[in-house]
Design a protein around this ligand. Structure first.
Ligand SMILES: N[C@@H](CCC(=O)N[C@@H](CS)C(=O)NCC(=O)O)C(=O)O
Length: 227
């Protein structure tokens, strides 16, 4: 299996939140995979999947795009060690996926966007700046400047995750599965791209993050940081 994923100017710095959701899912399933680094301006390797974004999975000729569709593909093709655990759970997971993408990613993005830019080489950095400044309606630096203020409502918005972790050990219950990888994968993006602390040290989300970092022999903890 090949997993195509985004890298920074340092090829070993891999920070895409969507790829991290899939990486952890592959580890959970115990499926061996190779990672293929791709840069923003080098979309050629993604064409087989008709995709303009990463992640893309190539499972011996079966090409799948979009992190959630990849997770569903893995679940249906390799049913051992479930990521979801049934049709109803898959439906609910789609809701969480949308929340993590529309709410979490969008709130974290302006707080780390200039840091992400500084992980990129000049050419890819220029593409990133142009597309993201159009989206943000301001410069990357302006978006990030008031992050100490932005982080306060962000922390409040994470109450559903925090409260769940106070009631149970993992987002999926007594052991981790896709909901954990979805939220944790999103946080890996910030961890790898930026030194900015999204949570206070005594936040229960930090204790859970620590456990997630330790999974699979510290797989995520070993990931190279971009700073
Ligand atoms: N819905 C997609 C979103 C993937 C996505 O937006 N990936 C970003 C990297 S984090 C990307 O490849 N962007 C390419 C670009 O901006 O040109 C998924 O879940 O896989």
């Amino acid at each position: 299996m090949q997993l195509f994923e985004l890298c920074g100017k340092d090829e070993d710095v891999r920070f895409s939140p969507y790829v991290w959701r899939v990486r952890m899912s592959l580890m959970h399933k115990g499926l061996p995979f190779d990672v293929v680094p791709v840069r923003f301006l080098d979309k050629k390797p993604l064409e087989n999947a008709q995709s303009k974004t990463v992640p893309v999975l190539n499972d011996e000729g079966t090409w799948v795009k979009d992190s959630f569709d990849i997770a569903l593909y893995l679940e249906h093709t390799y049913p051992d060690r479930p990521l979801f655990g049934g049709e109803l759970a898959e439906g609910q997971a789609r809701l969480l996926n949308e929340w993590a993408t529309q709410t979490m990613v969008r709130s974290i993005f302006p707080m780390i966007v200039a840091d992400i830019h500084s992980r990129l080489d000049d050419k890819n950095g220029a593409y990133f700046r142009e597309t993201r400044e159009k989206f943000l309606g301001c410069t990357l630096e302006e978006a990030q400047a008031d992050r100490d203020a932005k982080v306060v409502p962000f922390r409040q918005s994470m109450a559903p995750v925090r409260n769940t972790l106070q009631a149970q050990e993992f987002l999926c219950g007594s052991s981790p599965a896709w909901a954990d990888y979805c939220v944790f994968g999103t946080l890996m993006w910030a961890r790898i791209a930026s030194e900015f602390a999204l949570f206070e040290v005594d936040d229960p989300i930090m204790a859970w993050t620590d456990k997630m970092l330790d999974m699979f022999d510290g797989y995520a903890r070993k990931a190279k940081l971009g700073y």
